[in-house]
Design a protein around this ligand. Structure first.
Ligand code: AMO
Length: 429
């Protein structure tokens, strides 16, 4: 295998004027193979760039024959000279190894010329990453995660890891997946909510980017049973402070995508999303009145259903916050003010991207909230006890990374931006 050892020269670096005349060693997969008279042209890609390999029939016959036997999408290793012919950079092989043959027929067309259905793209995910558009989406997703981390580190937040196997409901509401934990019943965490709140006691600003689980049989374009959540919690701030942090994060990501993500957006045939000046904060009550004025008679205290959200999204485009939700719509840990709460959802058109708020940090008020929501106080004792020892006022949010990336690349379906999506019908691959 020695001769196949990777050299730190990807096609990206080879595909440059400065290598003209030099002998280079490169790996890649054969995207295309064309024969024109006495010459065979291979297009070699490695996920960073591509280069044309030109093989003359009149040259080394063994190279020509091995190239002829190479099926499209096979991995090859080529040692050759970079040259330039009529402004096209090409590689003239001196050695040619067929490293890993691709057996045809292929289940999907990695050139993207014959479009594959979304279920097929997921079924053959590793191969689908050779489709430029699919590849660009996951490079954007990676970049978004990097930018989010960069932002949080920039404001002094500490990256934390909370358990995903837990003994009791993390926050009530959603259905949980059960896990057999030796002789005990455990659950998969639906969010890091209570842990991240506890951690503000000593770490002050914390964040986590991790997968969480909801056992909900939703069959929509925006729900998964395993999703990635970007969680933030900060001590000594209220919901306005938490919205400032989230707004700062959105701006940082948009700026970063425009600066570092342009080449991926070019592949998608679109511009990176436009920067935002500021994100409006609109009260629940104002939207409630507006929806009713448009003839949709929702009840005060109800969540906005999809019909109400499309009415709202006709008026509010792009990013906006819905703030000051009724107590009935929010979980027990949110800071209550009479019938209202200090809470917010971040929206993009009709899509909810995040929710958050000021949290209840007073021991007895927190207990009241749990009881008011008809939750079993016993299963929260392990949590509320910490509130007796000097819990700081705090606020935070949870942002759905998959939905965020979905709107950033303009994908119709959340499954387009998740490598191996999990939904009620899918456990493989
Ligand atoms: P919530 O339940 O609103 O809040 O979730 C926060 C965000 O996570 C995303 N999300 C999902 N994405 C895909 N599939 C799902 N099934 C799914 N469920 C949620 C959404 C949503 O806006 N602990 C609170 C957050 C907080 O207050 O800090 C929470 O979990 O984008």
């Amino acid at each position: 295998m020695d001769k196949y050892m990777m050299e730190p020269k990807t096609i990206r670096t080879v595909d440059a004027e400065k290598f003209v005349g030099e002998t280079v060693k490169i790996y890649g997969w054969v995207e295309d193979k064309r024969i024109l008279g006495n010459i065979m042209f291979l297009t070699l890609k490695d996920g960073y760039g591509k280069i044309q390999v030109t093989i003359k029939k009149t040259g080394d016959a063994s190279i020509y024959n091995r190239a002829l036997a190479t099926q499209r999408q096979s991995v090859v290793y080529v040692i050759g000279k970079v040259s330039k012919y009529e402004n096209v950079l090409e590689l003239i092989p001196e050695k040619y190894f067929l490293v890993s043959q691709a057996h045809h027929p292929l289940p999907i067309d990695p050139t993207g010329r014959t479009p594959a259905s979304l279920p097929n793209l997921i079924e053959y995910r590793p191969l689908s990453l050779r489709i430029d558009r699919v590849n660009a989406v996951f490079r954007i997703r990676g970049l978004v995660k990097k930018l989010i981390r960069e932002y949080f580190y920039g404001i002094g937040a500490v990256e934390v890891d909370t358990p995903k196997i837990i003994a009791a409901a993390s926050e009530g509401g959603a259905e949980l997946f059960k896990v057999e934990y030796f002789d005990e019943q455990a659950y998969l965490a639906q969010s890091p909510q209570l842990y991240k709140e506890q951690l503000t006691m000593g770490l002050t600003y914390v964040f986590e980017i991790a997968q969480f689980y909801r056992a909900e049989k939703s069959h929509t374009r925006k729900h998964l049973t395993e999703f990635t959540s970007v969680d933030f919690e900060g001590a000594y701030i209220d919901y306005n402070g938490a919205m400032d942090v989230l707004e700062g994060l959105v701006k940082h990501v948009l700026k970063g995508l425009a600066e570092e993500g342009r080449r991926y957006y070019e592949v998608l045939g679109r511009e990176p999303p436009k920067p935002v000046e500021s994100i409006p904060r609109i009260r629940y009550d104002d939207l409630y009145e507006y929806v009713r004025s448009r003839g949709k008679m929702i009840k005060w205290g109800d969540d906005f259903d999809s019909e109400a959200l499309s009415i709202i999204a006709e008026k509010y485009r792009g990013f906006y916050f819905i703030i000051d939700w009724p107590w009935d719509t929010k979980p027990f840990y949110i800071y209550r003010v009479g019938d209202y709460t200090q809470s917010f959802d971040l929206m993009y058109n009709e899509m909810e991207l995040a929710s958050g708020g000021t949290r209840e940090h007073r021991y007895s008020e927190l207990r009241k909230g749990i009881i008011d929501k008809d939750l079993n106080i016993k299963s929260f004792e392990y949590h509320v006890r910490y509130y007796k020892y000097g819990m700081p006022p705090h606020a935070g949010f949870g942002l759905g990374l998959d939905r965020f990336v979905q709107i950033l690349v303009g994908a119709e379906n959340i499954r387009e931006v998740v490598l191996y999506p999990r939904d009620p019908e899918r456990l493989i691959p």
